[in-house]
Design a protein around this ligand. Structure first.
Ligand code: SAM
Length: 215
C-alpha cells in the first residue's frame, strides 16, 4: 500500500514538472537571475580541485545554467545533468553544446532506489530543485548520498523560508515548498562544511547555500 502511494506521488510530481516547464522553460533564463540567488556562490564554494577529472551530478539541471558554470570552473570534470522536463533538457542541450564532450544529459526523474550511479560522484548539486520535489525530497537527498563516493560533496542552493504567508502561498502555487525543511536533513545526513542563510529583497524570503561531506 505504502509503495503504491509513493509511486503515485512520484508520477504526479513528474507530470506536474513536465507541464509547468512547457511555458516556464521559454522565459526561465530571462527571469530567474532576478530571484534564484546563491547559484554562483554554491559553485564557487565547491571544494574540488579544478585540475582533476571529477564527476559531478546536477539533479534538476534545468536549462543548463549551472552546468555551464561548472564546466568553466572545472575544465577537466565530467558532468551529468538530469532533469524530468523535456523542455528544460532541450534548453540544456543547447546551452552546454560547447562542452558536449564532457556533459551528459539525461531526461528522467531522479529517484530513490536507482542503482546506476552508486558511489560514482565526487559532488552532487541540487540548485533550486529540492524545494520543488515534493513530497519525495527526503528520498532524493538519501539517493544523492548513495550516489556520492565516500568523502563526496553535497552542494545545495535553494529557498529557505519566508515569514510572509502570502509569499509562501504564492510559491506553493508555483510548486515550491518553502518551510525551512531541507537544512535539518542535510545537516543530519552529511558533515556540514559550510552553510549560510541570507535574506532576499530585504527579507521577503531567505535562501540558503549548504555544502556537506559524505563520511
Ligand atoms: C527551479 S528549476 C532549477 C534548475 C537549475 N538547477 C537552476 O538552478 O537554474 C527546477 C528543475 O528541477 C527539475 N525537477 C523537478 N523534479 C525533478 C525530479 N524528480 N527529477 C529530476 N528533475 C526534477 C525541473 O524539471 C526543473 O528543471
Amino acid at each position: 500500500m505504502a509503495s503504491k502511494h509513493i509511486t503515485a506521488s512520484v508520477t504526479e510530481q513528474n507530470e506536474t514538472m513536465q507541464r509547468y516547464y512547457v511555458l516556464q522553460s521559454k522565459i526561465y533564463d530571462l527571469t530567474r537571475w532576478t530571484f534564484l540567488f546563491g547559484r554562483r556562490a554554491v559553485i564557487r564554494q565547491l571544494p574540488l580541485d579544478p585540475g582533476k577529472a571529477h564527476r559531478i551530478l546536477e539533479v534538476g539541471c534545468g536549462t543548463g545554467y549551472n552546468l555551464r558554470l561548472l564546466a568553466r570552473r572545472f575544465p577537466k570534470a565530467h558532468l551529468t545533468g538530469l532533469d524530468v522536463s523535456t523542455h528544460m533538457i532541450e534548453k540544456a542541450t543547447k546551452a552546454t553544446k560547447p562542452f558536449a564532450q564532457r556533459v551528459q544529459l539525461e531526461e528522467r526523474p531522479y529517484a530513490l532506489g536507482d542503482t546506476q550511479y552508486l558511489e560514482q560522484f565526487d559532488a552532487v548539486l541540487f540548485s533550486y530543485s529540492l524545494t520543488m520535489i515534493n513530497p519525495q525530497w527526503e528520498e532524493l537527498i538519501r539517493q544523492a548520498k548513495a550516489d556520492l563516493k565516500p568523502g563526496g560533496i553535497i552542494a545545495v542552493a535553494d529557498f529557505f523560508d519566508s515569514r510572509f504567508r502570502w509569499f509562501k502561498t504564492h510559491m506553493g502555487n508555483n510548486h515550491v515548498r518553502m518551510d525551512g525543511h531541507l537544512l535539518p536533513l542535510l545537516e543530519q545526513e552529511f558533515t556540514t562544511l559550510s552553510h549560510s542563510v541570507k535574506p532576499a529583497y530585504g527579507g521577503v524570503w531567505d535562501y540558503f547555500v549548504h555544502l556537506g561531506r559524505k563520511v
